[in-house]
Design a protein around this ligand. Structure first.
Ligand SMILES: [Zn+2]
Length: 574
């Protein structure tokens, strides 16, 4: 397939391209220098914006937790349906759409790569089955490791290298991409109906603190040379006053950074940026967090932006979900995953007139606008926790237009509006900034070399938006901006046009990228024998499944795309 996108306004931040009129040439699924125009399918993008395909660093779209959310909420399916067409399958779901629908909806918005950020290792098989069932996008999934018993035991003994060997095995065995940490220590405590109160509160039975877990896994991440940093959902998420915990979390790995490179990603930071000591005294802690991020290069964050809508919250943070269930009175699912992690699910509606919800809405935007460097803050809603991912175009319009923000400010709870920092912020993103926070920055943070840019040899994943930057005042015409980002003129995946004017024209299978640490096998010749012997023994004590069934063989994935990493620890027998 040979394609030529002609004359578009190209935004390619990783290659320093800022709205220049350029052609983009594609052959065999990759970006190339040039193609023979006579042989190419030509797309005239004269009045359009061309960007690399969108990358989503944090979106819950697959696995047991997501599926439990679907089961819990038949009402989520009734009014939001996808009709079957000649190319697409039918589906349902507003906040927890079915797999095919998820792929189509991302593709229509120009997204081509997504990260499923919380996978209980034991449930990797289910997660990969659903990811394989999600068309149109490439994907990764992050195993939850912050409360895995092996990690807690080894870090308690300060055996960082040994811990790295176990994690190397786990990542490869579950075909994971990055280390996910959720309320470290708190999720294990939840097994006893408890939670941890701060970074130095010991985890019951393990003699270890959240600080030890975060620092230990940060070191493990460095030893393994994983493409992404540790991906952290902080302790005390969703509690007033937690902005201090978030800052303390970032601080606790400050000394581990080298060459000004990020070593920690704080996810859906909005939920961790609450000031005040009760719901009544709640205020935004965005200013303090942004101040810290602005003066420290070792951290990246994503927004977790609230949008006023009905949605479904789901997280491994079991105790937080219980609190949410008590606050809202809504139905609730609680799940314990043997010796690994937990999960909770609660339906939730964010209301404009509610003081707390409105304050949360302002905090997300304040973070994105007060963090000066767009390369270190990314657009997310922690789908579906703060809103479904289909609301991204609305958020883009808020980032690009202070008028759009003012309009919403006029509709929210009065006390929240009065306390909001937003009124004093006149910064507006331009299309370049938008390209950074929705693709380039995320691809960079994830260490994906062929994603998020349009340089030579990059994967030909491209979004063409029907928006003429020379004719549109994005601040004034924010409705135009929103409309353009809702439906691409063209979405190109792996060098093929897959969506046109918001209609899926071709269904394609995405790849699953995973970090190949070189130890995916259960056999001794492929792995550190001592670790393997120990794992085999413990499998009998810890889990209800056999080790052989726990491991996901590579050929189990429909389209495996391993990324070879070179751990600085011995993972094979000499
Ligand atoms: Zn999340």
């Amino acid at each position: 397939m040979v394609l030529l996108i002609k004359n578009g306004f190209v935004y390619d931040p990783l290659n320093g391209v800022k709205g220049d009129r350029m052609d983009v040439a594609i052959e065999n699924g990759k970006i190339v220098e040039k193609v023979n125009e006579e042989k190419a399918e030509v797309i005239d993008a004269s009045d359009m914006v061309v960007m690399p395909g969108g990358v989503d660093i944090h979106t819950h779209i697959a696995g047991s937790e997501v599926n439990a959310g679907r089961l819990l909420r038949p009402e989520d399916h009734y009014n939001d349906t996808e009709t079957k067409t000649a190319t697409t399958r039918s589906g349902v779901g507003h906040s927890v759409p079915s797999t095919f629908t998820t792929g189509y909806r991302y593709s229509r918005m120009g997204y081509t790569t997504i990260c499923n950020p919380s996978m209980p290792p034991l449930e990797a098989r289910h997660t990969h089955e659903e990811l394989d069932d999600t068309p149109m996008v490439d994907k990764t999934t992050f195993p939850l490791l912050g409360d895995w018993w092996f990690v807690l035991e080894l870090l308690h003994k300060d055996q960082i290298k040994e811990c790295a060997s176990y994690v190397a095995w786990l990542i490869a065995a579950t075909k994971g991409y990055a280390i996910k940490i959720v309320n470290p220590g708190g999720v294990e405590s939840w097994g006893f109906g408890r939670n941890v109160k701060n970074l130095d509160d010991p985890v019951p039975n393990f003699g270890i603190t959240p600080r030890d877990i975060i620092r230990g896994l940060c070191k493990v991440n460095q030893i393994l040379n994983l493409p992404h940093t540790i991906h952290v959902h902080t302790n005390r998420l969703g509690q007033p006053g937690n902005y201090l915990t978030a800052i303390e979390t970032m601080k606790c790995v400050e000394d581990l950074a080298t060459d000004n490179q990020p070593v920690i990603h704080i996810t859906h930071c909005q939920f961790s940026a609450f000031k005040g000591d009760s719901w009544g005294t709640l205020r935004s802690g965005a200013e303090e967090i942004a101040k810290y991020v602005n003066s420290h290069s070792h951290v990246t964050i994503d927004m977790g932006q609230v949008v006023f809508t009905d949605t479904t919250t789901m997280t491994a943070d079991g105790p937080w979900q219980y609190t949410l269930h008590e606050l809202s009175g809504n139905k609730w699912v609680n799940h314990d995953v043997e010796t690994e992690t937990a999960a909770g699910i609660v339906p939730f509606t964010y209301r404009r007139r509610n003081f707390v919800h409105a304050t949360m809405w302002t905090i997300g935007l304040e973070l994105a606008l007060l963090v000066e460097d767009p390369w270190r803050v990314y657009l997310t809603t922690d789908h579906p926790n703060a809103a479904p991912f289909t609301t991204y175009p609305k958020i883009v319009s808020w980032l690009m237009s202070s008028r759009a923000r003012e309009k919403m400010l006029g509709k929210i709870n009065k006390k929240a509006r009065k306390r909001s920092l937003l009124q004093g912020i006149d910064r507006e993103y331009d299309l370049y900034d938008v390209a950074v926070v929705t693709r380039a920055g995320q691809a960079k943070a994830l260490g994906m070399k062929n994603k998020g840019h349009l340089g030579l040899d990059a994967d030909a994943d491209i979004a063409v938006y029907d928006l003429n930057p020379k004719m549109t005042d994005c601040s004034r015409d924010y409705w135009t901006v929103r409309g353009a980002f809702e439906k691409t003129a063209y979405t190109i995946k792996g060098g093929e046009v897959v969506a046109k004017n918001g209609v899926i024209t071709k269904s394609v299978m995405g790849k699953t990228m995973w970090a190949d640490t070189g130890v995916s096998s259960c056999t001794e010749d492929a792995f550190c024998p001592e670790v393997l012997r120990d794992l085999k023994k413990r499998f009998r004590e810890y889990w209800t499944v056999e080790m052989e069934n726990y491991v996901i063989p590579e050929n189990y994935l429909k389209s495996s795309a391993p990324i070879r990493v070179k751990p600085e620890v011995q993972t094979k027998s000499p």
